[in-house]
Write a protein that binds this ligand. Structure first.
Ligand code: PRT
Ligand code: MG
Length: 233
């Protein structure tokens, strides 16, 4: 009897996504690779979602868990914001993820913001020590170190905007898109740290062992992203 061999033709590809804007904005890009997610994560309670391709499944994880899933082989591919990727790489020492494509989705910027009545420039010039609240402690530490500003970092997991309003911090480092959240909380953007977009990340071992299955998916996604360069510019 001839048993089917474990060939690449029956390889299962697992893509890690987080619910919300990353999931929503990734859908059109993976459709270019013939991958349509068959269940709506907003109504389904499933964490593993089937797709229109038998050889591809989507797993739903927290945004900050995507790099860990992909690096540790819980998923072959993932989509993650550069903000989250910077923090992951600082914690793990880098290099555990292959990053072939800037997907140019979920775009925003990482910025420093303060209360409208706080004179950031003069505090910086005077060499004052700033209390900075953020979820992005690694990016913030590096930014202020390069700028020569002494900071006490306060790690928060959400609602950063509240910190300067309650006296917890002088400044925050957070993501800004339209600027409406800052404005609604009487905060102003005073420094720009880095432009953010979502990145496709790939497990390096998967790339070697599942190359035949992965390469066409990566190429189709890459093609789906590239034309946006023209429409955006
Ligand atoms: O929410 P959860 O704790 O589960 O995880 P998460 O916040 O990491 O996930 P999610 O889905 O909120 O964000 C996923 C990724 O989307 C982030 O890692 C960013 O790369 C990207 N992204 C793009 C944003 C924004 N734009 C954005 N505007 N993530 C968050 N925001 C928030 C920001 O933190 C602030 O509270 O929106 C608010 C500012 O928006 P504006 O438009 O008012 O300026
Ligand atoms: Mg969020």
């Amino acid at each position: 009897m001839c048993l089917p061999s474990q060939t690449e033709s029956n390889t299962l590809i697992t893509l890690a996504l987080s619910k919300g804007r990353i999931f929503d904005e990734t859908l059109p890009l993976i459709e270019a690779a013939g991958i349509r997610v068959l269940e709506d994560p907003n109504t389904s309670r499933k964490l593993i979602l089937p797709t229109s391709r038998d050889d591809v499944q989507v797993v739903l994880v927290r945004a900050s868990d995507v790099p860990t899933y992909v690096a540790q082989g819980g998923a072959d591919l993932g989509v993650v914001g550069l903000d989250t990727l910077i923090e992951h790489q600082a914690e793990t020492g880098g290099n555990d993820l292959y990053q072939p494509i800037d997907l140019r989705i979920a775009q925003c910027r990482l910025s420093v913001a303060v209360r409208a009545d706080f004179d950031y420039d003069s505090a910086v010039q005077k060499g004052s020590r700033l209390r900075v609240a953020t979820k992005y402690v690694h990016a913030a530490r590096e930014f202020f170190a390069k700028k020569g500003v002494h900071v006490d970092l306060i790690k928060l997991y959400g609602s950063m905007e509240l910190a300067p309003l309650t006296g917890l911090a002088d400044a925050i480092v957070d993501l800004v898109s339209t600027g409406n959240t800052l404005k609604a909380n009487h905060l102003v953007e005073v420094d720009h740290i880095v432009d953010i977009s979502a990145r496709l990340v790939v497990n390096p071992a998967s790339l070697k062992l599942k190359r035949t299955a992965l390469q066409p998916i990566l190429s189709a996604i890459d093609q789906a992203v590239a034309p946006r360069l023209y429409t955006l510019s």
